[in-house]
Design a protein around this ligand. Structure first.
Ligand SMILES: [Zn+2]
Length: 128
């Protein structure tokens, strides 16, 4: 996969969440080891058990927080080896003109809806 050119902008737009431990949509568990003492004992047991069963599914980071976002109701961890964040960023970069056309339609739809609601409000006020 090609390296996205606008990953910093993608992160600015989508990185709203940080956690000490978080499962990526691919099933890998990411753990911020600097803050592990703040986890509940059940969470630490869960990490240790997964490390025993599937050591390749646990990724420990020497940091305070794992940065992630929710896309289509799934957690996407930035920097996960599954590369889903890179995939999404590459998709946006590769199809930005098509995406802009869709966004223009969405904005027009929203604007028309607001206009219709304002018209409805005007009519309701006239009735009083
Ligand atoms: Zn992943």
């Amino acid at each position: 996969m090609t390296e996205p050119k606008f990953m910093d902008e993608f992160l600015d737009a989508f990185a709203h969440s940080g956690s000490i431990m978080i499962y990526c949509r691919c099933g890998r568990l990411h753990v911020a080891t600097n803050e592990i003492e703040y986890l509940e004992s059940e969470d630490i047991e869960e990490i240790e058990e997964l490390k025993r069963k599937s050591p390749d599914k646990v990724i420990e980071w020497d940091c305070d927080m794992i940065s992630w976002t929710t896309i289509n109701s799934e957690a996407v961890v930035f920097d996960c080896p599954c590369g889903y964040a890179d995939f999404l960023c590459n998709f946006i970069e590769g199809y930005h003109e098509e995406i802009m056309k869709v966004i223009e339609k969405i904005i027009k739809f929203d604007r028309d809806n607001v206009d219709n609601k304002e018209e409805l409000l005007r009519k309701v006020r006239e009735v009083k």
